[in-house]
Every structure is written in C-alpha cells, then in structure tokens.
Ligand binder design. Sequence first.
Ligand code: GCO
Length: 257
Amino acid sequence: MAETNPLFDLTGRTALVTGSSQGLGLAIARGLAQAGAAVVLNGRDAKKLSATAKALDAEDARVAMAAFDVTDGEAAMREVEEIEAEFAPIDILVNNAGIQRRAPLAEMTEAQWREVLDTNLTSAFLVARAVAPRMIARGAGKIINICSVMSDVARPTIGNYAAAKGGLKQLTRAMAVEWARHGVQANAIAPGYMETELNRSLMENAEFNRWICGRTPAGRWGKPEELVGAAVFLASRASDFVNGQVIYVDGGLLAAL
Ligand code: GCO
C-alpha cells in the first residue's frame, strides 16, 4: 500500500468546518479527518450536529462539535475561544456555510437577499475574524473559503447567491494579501454543480438536469467527496506557498463556452 506523501498528512492538525452537519461541509470534514485531522463540526442545529458527530466518531475520526450561528459575530468569537480552550488550536478553517433563497432579482425580498449574503459571505468574515488573530499569533494557519462557479458566472434567480460567492472570492484574496506574511494561507475551492440537498430540486428537474449535464464537459453532477482532494491540498503543507487562489472543482464547466 503506497504511503501518503507526508506533505498531505494532517495528523495533529485541527479543522473547524462551518456548515458541516451535511452536504459539502460534511464531505470535506470527513475527508480532512481521513487525512489525519481532528475536526470540529458546526451547524445551528445541535441535534443534527450531534448525529453527524456520532457517525464520524464511529469512523474513528477525532471529532468535536460547535453548534452556533455563523452569522452571529459574538457567537463566533465565543465559540472559537471555547474550541481553542477546550479542544485544540484551530489550524484549518473551512468557511463552507451556505444557503440558497432563489428568486428573480426584481421580486427578491430584502430578507432573501440579506439572509444569503449574511450566511454565504459575512459569516466567512465573522468566523475568520475570530480565528485569524490566533493563527497569526502562532505564525501558521489555513483558511479555505468554499466559493462556487457562481463566483464567476451567474444564472437567473440566484443573484443573491452569485453576489455572495463573488464577494467571497474577493474576500479570499483580501485575506491572502493581509495574512500571508504571518504564515496564514487563504485560498478557495469553487465547486460546480454538486449532488447536494441544496440542489435536490434542480437534480429532480429533468430539463435542468439535462442542461447541467450538457453544460458540464464531464457530462454529470459532481459528488461532494470529489472536493476532498482540493481541501486536503489546501489544508496541508503542500500548499504553504499558495495564496489567494481558487481551485475549480466543476467538471470543466467554466472552461466551456
Ligand atoms: C443553482 C445552484 C448553484 C450551485 C452552486 C455551484 O441554483 O444554480 O444551487 O448555485 O449549486 O453554486 O457551485
């Protein structure tokens, strides 16, 4: 059995993954755990989070949970302090929390706009603002923001989501230019169309499904676990000189006209 290159070994590291009770966040948390990291799961629903933590624990992962609303700056400060005091210093932060509230822009409510911008963009600032000073003090840290192909292109009815993900790509660069000199690498992963609950209605729509499979050169939807390779790379020493970059895991979607 080939040994994993030590460059990609996360043993001894701790990762906080926001929005990780299901979907992409859970797949990334599981993948980081399989690469040796201890993982702190996050979500607003403590019951759901506890069930997920039990499942990962059964897979021999070292796992803790921090149930808090990532759009609440004070909660983020408080919970990060507790994680570092009670569990371990946070070496890796994955800002994954994200929601969809689809509506045509002209009909979109202020609540639909604000909820998506708060959860998909502002939360990354609030949680990173709580974690980064500690990483800076230690002279090392990895921040991975989960962007999207919608950081670069748009489609009707998701103007709030596209604006948030576009902002998250720029926030990644802003983090990189301020924190790289302190040994903190901030980068992003941009998934294409992935098989998640957030997309269930799209996957079950025959016309939309046909369109996505035709629009994506790989001819299919991506699987959440297909983000793990990029996540382990950006969480590991293998990316120590990578800053402000976006890795597109999109089946070639953005390469195609
Ligand atoms: C939609 C989808 C997309 C994708 C995601 C791809 O409504 O078009 O939810 O937003 O899921 O952005 O990265």
